[in-house]
Design a binder for this molecule. Structure first.
Ligand SMILES: Nc1ncnc2c1ncn2[C@@H]1O[C@H](COP(=O)(O)OP(=O)(O)OP(=O)(O)O)[C@@H](O)[C@H]1O
Ligand SMILES: CC(C)(CO)[C@@H](O)C(=O)[O-]
Ligand code: BAL
Length: 282
C-alpha cells in the first residue's frame, strides 16, 4: 500500500491506472478505522482492480460546537487496517491540501436535508457533498462504497452522483454491528463503560419497533413513541431525534407503507451516536 498526501500525485497515478483499463473502487472515511470500514474496503477489493481509501476529517461538515478537534485520529493504526483489507492507495491529505487557505466554491444540497442529521447539523451535508465532489474528481472511481449506518448520507450522495453526472456506481453496504447489536462507529471509543452498556439499547429499541411493525403497527407516531420509551427507560442518553420517513426519498409519512427508514440520534456525554433500520412494508 502506498500513502499519498498530494492530490496531484495521486491523481496522476490513478489516471495512468485508468488508461490501462483498471477499475477503481473508492472508500471515503474520516479514519480511526473499524470493522465497518474494513467491510467496505474488502467489498471494494473484491469488485475492483484498484482500491483507494481516503482518510480526512473534513472541517466543512462539522458545526462550530461539534467534535472536529476531538474526533479520534490514529494514522499508524489505520495504515495497518487498510493494508490488511487490501487497499492499494491511501489518500491522507491535510486541510490545506484540500482547501488551501479557504474553500472558494461549495456544493449546496437542496433536498433530503430538512430532516434527521441534516436538520440537526445545519450545513453538514453541504460539507459532505463538497468534499466528495473533490474526492470523486481526484480519484475518478468506478464504484464508491458507503455504509447504510449513514443512511441519509447515502441518499444525499445518490443525489450528488445523479445531479452532477458522476460516472460512479454507488454501493451501499449494510451496517456492521458489535455482538450486542451496537453499530460500529469511530465515536464509540468516547463512550464510558456505563454508556457502552446502555448504547446497545439503541439497536434494541429499533428491533422492538420492527417487531411492532411486523405485528401490524402502522402508525408512525406510535412507533417513534415506542422507541423513545425504550431509550428513556434503558439509557441516560439525550435523544436528538427519532424519526420515520419514506426511504430513500426521505418524505414524511403518518401511516407506514412501502420502503421506510426509522432512524435515531442519541447524545451521550462525549459521543453522539446514530443508527437506523429500513423496512419494506408489503
Ligand atoms: N458500522 C458500520 N457499518 C458499515 N459502514 C460503516 C459503519 N460505520 C461507518 N461506516 C461507513 O464508513 C464510511 C466512513 O464513515 P466514518 O469515517 O464517518 O465512520 P464512522 O464510524 O461512521 O464515524 P462516526 O460514527 O464517528 O461518524 C461511511 O460510508 C460510513 O457509513
Ligand atoms: C463520507 C465522508 C468521509 C465525507 O467526509 C464522511 O461523511 C463519513 O465518514 O461518512
Ligand atoms: N459518518 C458521518 C460523518 C460525521 O459524523 O461527520
Amino acid at each position: 500500500m502506498k500513502t499519498f498526501t498530494s492530490a496531484g500525485e495521486l491523481q496522476q497515478v490513478l489516471r495512468e491506472q485508468k488508461s490501462n483499463q483498471k477499475s477503481i473502487g473508492y472508500v471515503a472515511t474520516m479514519g480511526y478505522l473499524h470493522e465497518g470500514h474494513a467491510t467496505l474496503m474488502e467489498k471494494a477489493r473484491k469488485e475492483n482492480d484498484i482500491v483507494v481509501l481516503s482518510i480526512f476529517v473534513n472541517p466543512l461538515q462539522f458545526g462550530p460546537n461539534e467534535d472536529f478537534e476531538t474526533y479520534p485520529r490514529d494514522l499508524e493504526r489505520d495504515e495497518n487496517v487498510a493494508a490488511n483489507a487490501g487497499v492499494d492507495y491511501l489518500f491522507y491529505p491535510t486541510v490545506q491540501e484540500m482547501y488551501g487557505e479557504e474553500p472558494s466554491v461549495k456544493v449546496v444540497v437542496q433536498s433530503r436535508t430538512d430532516c434527521l442529521c441534516g436538520r440537526k447539523r445545519p450545513g453538514h451535508f453541504d460539507g459532505v457533498a463538497t468534499v466528495l465532489t473533490k474526492f470523486f474528481n481526484i480519484i475518478l472511481p468506478d464504484r464508491a462504497y458507503f455504509g447504510k449506518k449513514d443512511a441519509q448520507q447515502v441518499a444525499v450522495i445518490d443525489g450528488l452522483i445523479k445531479d452532477f453526472n458522476f460516472p460512479i456506481e454507488l454501493v451501499a453496504v449494510d451496517t456492521v454491528r458489535e455482538e450486542d447489536g451496537l453499530a460500529k462507529s469511530s465515536r464509540n471509543v468516547y463512550l464510558s463503560d456505563g454508556e457502552r452498556m446502555e448504547a446497545k439499547e439503541l439497536y434494541q429499541s429499533l428491533l422492538k419497533a420492527a417487531e411492532a411493525i411486523d405485528s401490524g403497527e402502522r402508525n408512525a407516531a406510535a412507533v417513534t413513541a415506542l422507541v423513545r420509551k425504550h431509550i428513556e427507560a434503558h439509557t441516560h442518553g439525550l435523544i436528538d431525534y427519532i424519526e420515520i420517513y419514506q426511504y430513500p426519498a426521505l418524505k414524511p409519512l403518518e401511516t407506514l407503507s412501502g420502503n421506510i427508514i426509522l432512524a435515531l440520534a442519541v447524545k451521550f456525554k462525549h459521543a453522539r451516536l446514530i443508527d437506523n433500520i429500513t423496512i419494506n412494508i408489503k
